[in-house]
Design a binder for this molecule. Structure first.
Ligand code: APR
Ligand code: PHB
Length: 388
């Protein structure tokens, strides 16, 4: 088999890239290790920047997003006692949209056949070859081995995929920060406690009130890394959420059966470089942000916006400036999103190693944010997403 661009991974970065290339008439194929069902039911974050909603619109896969997505003109930070509203729209003229990554993934997969985008699910043993010469990708499916020869490989295979590991170690540098806690999340069909998101740093630690719709809530609390989901019977989690959000939210926490509960660790990670020969990395394969600020999916979208531009320029006129500059261009935006996610994580969580002084520093900073439009603008313009 032959194609122009072999894409590994059908998460948001692989799917968006595949659609963008197909829309420009460029042949490509996506190889995904998991089943379609598995990919479509993974629960992930749900706040979209304009960068991401614009790509969905440009691709014409925005119908359900426009109908079901919630436009958010502001969000809140809380110090446990009061809400500090960040009025995104007044401060930046923009807004974000609450629309689950799960839904976005489903929309992109559903639209693939009509756009001539082939996705091979359950592609096992994916391996990358000859990245600096004539690249190819091998895999097996139903016990049969395949090889795809291509011009370029896009490594969109997330943090655990093979693409990043295919770049020789002596050419790269890794930057990493692991945080000493995780987020315990719950999804439930109950109305959200507040019309907008609340990130709270209260006496009992960090908590986030988010949503998927007017009738579906998503909550998270900070938990020590030693804790397991089994340590948290549903009633215990709802009790904890009520303690944290009843005093500060408009409606108080409504309880309901959990559709999903899981604990995710928090990590900041950047892999430099994002290019080796004819391999280009995009999304979680090259970088991870802690979820505070919801930048993960949106960074995947900006990476593939840059990468698709560069590949299209290559095929249209043989102009390789975009491909040669891809890593530098993407990393410049990535580092700024890393900074914001790290900043918000530090501001809003209780770190076990921190004492009373550090906590007062957090409270002083929140108090400053509450009184300073300049600080609110800084937070709003980062939250809404830096320009491409
Ligand atoms: N072969 C083929 N596919 C693979 C392999 C492999 N060996 N390893 C991983 N994959 C697939 C995964 O199954 C997954 O579907 O690559 C995909 C990577 O998707 P994501 O992890 O969603 O990464 P990305 O598309 O870059 O999206 C980043 O999604 O993971 C969230 O929080 C993250 O919001 C961020 C965004
Ligand atoms: C979510 O709704 O899942 C969510 C929202 C905001 C975040 C992280 C996750 O910062």
């Amino acid at each position: 088999m032959k194609t122009k661009v072999a894409i590994i991974g059908s998460g948001p970065s692989g799917l968006l890239l595949g659609h963008l290339l197909r829309a420009a008439g460029i042949e490509c194929i996506i190889l995904e290790r998991q089943t379609r069902d598995y990919v479509e039911s993974r629960i992930r974050a749900g706040v979209l920047e304009t960068v991401t909603t614009d790509l969905m619109r440009q691709l014409g896969v925005d119908q359900r997003m426009n109908e079901e997505g919630l436009i958010e003109e502001g969000f809140n930070l809380a110090d446990g006692e009061r809400l500090i509203r960040i009025d995104i729209t007044r401060l930046t003229g923009k807004h974000v949209m609450v629309y689950g990554q799960t839904e976005l993934t489903r929309d992109l997969i559903a639209a693939a056949p009509d756009r001539g985008l082939e996705i091979v699910f359950e592609a096992k043993d994916v391996a990358l070859h000859d990245l600096e010469g004539s690249p190819s990708v091998s895999y097996s499916k139903d016990g049969i081995s395949h090889r795809i020869e291509c011009d370029f490989i896009a490594g969109c295979d997330g943090f655990h995929g093979p693409s990043r590991k295919a770049i020789p170690a002596h050419l790269v540098r890794e930057y990493e920060r692991e945080y000493p806690f995780g987020w315990l999340g719950v999804l439930a069909d109950v109305p959200p406690c507040h019309p907008e998101l609340i990130y709270s740093n209260g006496p009992r630690g960090f908590a986030l009130a988010s949503m998927r719709s007017a009738t579906r809530s998503r909550y998270y609390i900070q938990v020590p890394l030693t804790e397991k989901v089994e340590d948290w019977p549903e009633e215990r989690l709802w009790d904890e959420l009520a303690l944290r959000f009843d005093p500060i939210s408009e409606r108080g926490v409504t309880r309901g059966p959990a559709l999903e509960m899981s604990i995710a660790p928090l990590r900041s990670y950047v892999f430099e470089t994002m290019q080796h020969g004819r391999l280009f990395l995009a999304g979680d394969s090259a970088h991870i942000v802690p979820p505070t600020g919801a930048k993960g999916l949106n960074l995947a979208a900006s990476d593939v916006a840059y990468l698709s531009d560069a590949l299209i320029a290559h095929y249209r006129g043989g102009d390789d400036a975009g491909l040669n500059g891809y890593a530098a261009r993407a990393l410049s935006r990535i580092w700024k999103a890393e900074r914001f996610s790290w900043y918000l994580t530090k501001l809003m969580h209780r770190f076990p190693e921190d004492g009373a002084f550090e906590h007062r520093m957090q409270l002083a900073e929140l108090d400053y944010v509450a009184s300073s439009e300049a600080m609110q603008t800084v937070i709003a313009e980062n939250y809404v997403g830096l320009p491409l």
